[in-house]
Design a protein around this ligand. Structure first.
Ligand code: UD1
Ligand code: MG
Length: 466
């Protein structure tokens, strides 16, 4: 996204100090996640994409540490001591500014679906009239029984929407309104000085709250220029106030992400059963089979086939890999690797080019060299395995002695017989071999063969007589 407004004297304020009680959660609402990102990161990313780099986040004493832990120095923080309403939250945000900017753009911390395009449109709309004091981003014909609804004056037979009259909050509606309406997205662009002046005069609502939205009717009454820019799409207005809305927003976001990747040349066999986090990257002509989750900072190369039933988190996968019904966590997989079904790569697994991991193979904190094959159930932990090694079925690196973890080293082109126990620390040299069922407690030198329990070395053989 181009930072096309970077020249504008604008500050973004994100209000996130509410109780979030409708979530019924011990976790602060801004820390709940959607598509791998905490809710609070959405408004921040969107404002940054609009070229607004001066950001204030209004936090509560309870969620301050958690939010600043996620955002770090991307924003400055204003603490709202008690959640007295959205107007009070904005007043707190303004107080930490060294000077009042020309424009103040306000977002809620719980509307993750607002797009940068809409905010840029809102700012452009606001700036069409030098006298404009307040512009509200609204979505026409949206479903929002718990959202603020835009009230407009009757048109007296004229075409088009009537003039803005105010915003009616759900709590103040006489009857629940489940119909479509022009709804308030909770995104606003203000003239900074006007906002700083008027925010102090917002009256309490019937329920005793200080509504930011009251400023709309106040501006209308005072004859100040205020508009509702009805340019957002209906789904952008979806707020996350409870778990049901969290799931609904997640579904919309998933659909957006999936359509993005299909447009970029990735096949999703069943987009409805494909879960791709926002920060994932996928190469061209990769095919994602159903029931696949690509999460966190995962990258997938070109021409791969992932799934069905694959869960890949925070991992890097090269080109032309095939991963079936397996779980990969914090792992690295180079080009042309085959994994699965039913294998598990745990953190620190590094599978080099053209390696093959078949059924029920668990790898943790280990390098598996190029072209090495472990075709059937085994555990490879804390090990360094060279290229072209054959790991027989049932091989286990016994890396834990009950107190400490130890390393297993297997040299190039070694042959590990089925059911070998490698009692670490231990090494098997280049071209060495172990017999089926060997329990290897001592190093096996290069080219030698160890068999039995505990394993003993067989006499060295003449070359060519193997
Ligand atoms: C608010 C708007 C509503 C709009 C909707 C969009 C008001 C009065 N209503 O309703 O018109 O349609 O957002 O999603 O503004 N917050 C504080 N301090 C407070 C209260 C709230 O920081 O004292 C923060 C919350 O953390 C949240 C945001 O303000 O991020 C909105 O508050 P919320 O209670 O979710 O308001 P809505 O009922 O969604
Ligand atoms: Mg809300």
């Amino acid at each position: 996204m181009n930072a096309i407004n970077s020249g504008v004297d604008a500050v973004g304020i994100v209000i996130a100090a509410g109780r979030g009680s409708r979530m019924r959660s011990r976790i602060p609402k801004p820390l709940h996640t959607l598509a791998g990102r905490e809710l609070i990161r959405y408004p921040i990313a969107v404002l940054q994409a609009c070229g607004i780099s001066r950001l204030v986040v209004v936090v509560s004493p309870e969620n301050k540490d958690a939010i600043s832990g996620v955002l770090g120095n991307q924003a400055v923080y204003a603490v709202q001591a008690t959640p007295e309403g959205t107007a009070d939250a904005v007043a707190c945000g303004l107080r930490v500014l060294p000077e009042i900017p020309h424009l103040v753009v306000i977002l809620a911390g719980d509307t993750p679906l607002v797009r940068p395009e809409s905010i840029l449109g809102l700012m452009a709309n606001h700036q069409t009239d030098p006298a404009r004091r307040m512009t509200i981003l609204t979505a026409p014909d949206a479903y929002g029984p718990d959202l603020g609804h835009i009230k407009r004056a009757a048109r007296d037979g004229k075409d088009g929407p009537g003039d803005l009259a105010g915003i009616e909050e759900a709590a103040d509606r006489a009857e629940p309104d489940y119909g479509l309406a022009e709804v308030n997205t909770g995104v606003y662009c203000f003239d900074g000085s006007w906002l700083a002046d008027r925010i102090r005069t917002v009256p309490k609502s019937a329920g005793g709250e200080l509504y930011l939205t009251a400023l709309a009717a106040m501006a209308v009454d005072a004859g100040d220029a205020v508009e509702a820019a009805s340019i957002a799409m209906a789904d952008e207005a979806m707020g996350v106030n409870d778990r049901e809305q969290l799931a609904a927003a997640g579904a919309v976001l998933r659909d957006r992400v999936n359509r993005f990747w299909m447009a970029a040349g990735v096949t999703l066999v069943d987009p409805g059963a494909t879960y791709i986090d926002l920060d994932v990257q996928i190469g061209q002509d990769t095919v994602i089979q159903p029931n696949t989750m690509l999460t966190g900072a995962t990258t997938v190369g070109e021409e791969c086939e992932i799934g069905p039933n694959a869960c890949v988190s925070d991992s890097a996968i090269g080109d032309r890999c095939r991963i079936v019904a397996s779980t990969l966590e914090e792992s690295r997989v180079e080009d042309d690797v085959e994994i699965g079904p039913y294998s598990h790569l745990r953190p620190g697994a590094w599978i080099q080019a053209s390696a093959h991991l078949g059924n029920y193979v668990e790898v943790k904190n280990s390098r598996v060299g190029p072209g090495t094959a472990a075709g059937h159930f085994c555990y490879l932990g804390d090990s360094d395995i060279g290229d072209g090694v054959n790991i027989g079925a049932g091989t286990i690196t016994c890396n834990y002695d009950g107190v400490d973890k130890h390393q297993t080293v297997i040299g190039r082109r070694a042959f590990i017989g089925s059911d070998t126990m490698l009692v670490a620390p231990v090494s098997v040299g280049d071209g060495a071999a172990t017999g089926a069922g060997a329990v290897v407690t001592r190093d096996v030198p290069e080219g030698r063969r160890a068999v039995g329990v505990p394993a003993r070395l067989l006499p060295q053989q003449q070359s060519g007589s193997d």
